[in-house]
Design a protein around this ligand. Sequence first.
Ligand code: ADP
Ligand code: MG
Length: 372
Amino acid sequence: MPAEYVSLNGRKPLIQLQGIKKTYVNAAGSFTALKDINLNFYQGEFVGVIGKSGSGKSTLVNMITGIDHPTDGKVLVEGVDIHAMKESQQARWRGLNLGVVFQFFQLLPMLTLVENVLLPMDFCNKYSENDRETRAMDLLAMMGLEKDANKLPGAVSGGQQQSAAIARALANDPPIIVADEPTGNLDAHTADFVYEKFQSLAKDGRTIIMITHDPEIEHRLSRTVLISDGEVIDPLLAHTFHWMPHPVLRACTNALEHRTLNNQQPLDLNGEFSNVLVLVEAGRIQAQQNDPTNTLLTFKPGDFLAGSQVTNHSLPGLSNPRAAEDPTKIAVLPYAALQQAAQTYPEIQPQFEQQLRSSLDRSPQDAKGVAQ
Ligand code: ADP
Ligand code: MG
């Protein structure tokens, strides 16, 4: 479980998406690309937004950057509703606060690369006129483009255009960077350089939201947000059941119920919680294993417990499960949601049962360090 998931609790978000819905209407009919997105981003995070093609990632970027309007809902940045700004006000706000790298670069074709990087600086006047050219050249050099600075976008490769678009996004040293698959056209070496740059910008307090397909990048990110068919998958489910097909995770997300327990509050796995999975979101749950060892098990964020009907008594079972921290937050998943999904995806059933067995079959020496 990424520690960030827990430590974000209680922090004030920098960017808040509240009930964002986006429906595209055209001659062919209407299509809802974002259903009801509630999502926060925090200062200093390097967040990866992942999801299949067509899941709504670019639409989400357009909502956060104010480039397109939501059909419903709000985007607040430091409490300010960016879609309520006048267009001129919004353009200036964006220029100073946001660096955007578009999926298809969107460099102005009649301007050279260095002119493209200068444009946001000229627009915002953050840097003095004398400093701008040097800064633009430095940014291009950083991206390996010093020799190409005076070329038009059409005269350089897709990867070089993408590198120039990244330089342009950094022009005004914005506190927030939103990048839509910024490394899609870059070779592995340059992509790695971009990730490293983003990582160090985040360390310096910038907030980076990056859409990516690259599974190699996970270790550099503060956390990931998984989008499927216009919905955000619960991060804990996405983490715990990362192997499940996205439609299953979506169905489970919608069936999930979040609860808060007080310290020492018991959890009746034979009664109220008999036919559910209990995922620990924050705090911890402790229980004794019903076997000769009577081991005290501790369930931390990212671990889960299963009710007696789910384990079907094929596992030792737990006695006296209870919250062991105040507060302990749990997400309750009705087992029926998984069973229903398994009708369409029968392959998930055996894999789930195996995960369940290994999650409860833990010795004190367990490498995961879950048992105490
Ligand atoms: P992603 O970036 O995850 O590949 P997009 O946000 O580009 O996905 O698109 C999400 C869905 O919305 C897709 O099904 C796409 O076809 C649809 N869509 C995107 N833009 C438009 C548009 N302007 N008009 C109609 N449908 C659109
Ligand atoms: Mg896209």
